[in-house]
Design a protein around this ligand. Sequence first.
Ligand code: UDP
Length: 333
Amino acid sequence: MAVLVTGGAGYIGSHMVWALLEAGEEVVVLDRLSTGFEWAVAPEARLFVGDVGDTGLVSSLIANHAVDAIVHFAGSVVVPESIADPLLYYDNNTARSRTLIETAVRNGVRNFVFSSSAAVYGSVGAEPVQESHPCNPDSPYGMSKLMTETILQDAALAHDFRYAALRYFNVAGADPEGRTGQSTKGATHLIKVACEAALGKRGHIEVFGTDYDTPDGTCIRDYIHVTDLVKAHLHALESLRRTGESLVANCGYGRGYSVLEVLDCVKRVTGRTLDVRYAARREGDAEAVVANSDRARGILGWRPEHANLDRIVASAFSWEEDLLRRNSPKASA
Ligand code: UDP
């Protein structure tokens, strides 16, 4: 039996592949390499270059490798881009996911773990948000994920099929062993961008919005270490196989940091200076989003081991340094 990981050449997916292999799973990766890299895939996994919407290809992978579970990361992740190009997001994140879910159902794959997002909630304030909170996305990105959650929910009611939708808060950091990290071309996420700026890979960093109703006026997010996040996926997979119960669960630590607090942390941990510029609000940004993760802890038995912003930043920075040092395809990516 094998686990099919879509987007396994990307940031979170490549960490998941290592974690699955360490857990003794056979892993098949499907990635079209639009933002991921072949080198990011652990050598023990089989990589197939293709699209999750290619029903023929996915059906043959399921049959040839006895796939019993799909962990679906492939998708687009940049909120402002989703506002500029919503149809791209509804295609990549919703339509292609629907096709993949149908292929899973038709081929008897009963377990499906889905990369959802805290963006499904929209702006909820600084109090930790529970999964039962009404969903009101601020962007097509969030809506594209919510629509896929709905498709999964209905598919699970109608078919012999169950799913775990994990709502990621702000994923950051890199594998502590340095095997993989965040290498996405043109990545816009705060900790990645700040580490690049600290290393001089970019000239300055902009703070998007300083007039939010938060203590220092900048947005608050719950940053989660990618290693803890993939651990939650392992628990979710185990739970699906064992209980057959579908689940929606937040993945965050329950502690929020403002943009300025993150930048201070980057300066402190790296010992570098940052050229910080204050800019207008970025469209689609929620003011504050923090997770209540009682469900992941209680039902899945998830125990985060890296819930520390300094460690997240240190691992992200060390990966950036590594990319710079190698002066290889990774460094120029
Ligand atoms: N942010 C920023 N400058 C940047 C990148 C991000 O001020 O160069 C802010 C962004 O406006 C948001 C927070 O940092 O308030 C987290 O943004 P990110 O893009 O990392 O993740 P998102 O919350 O959009 O998924």
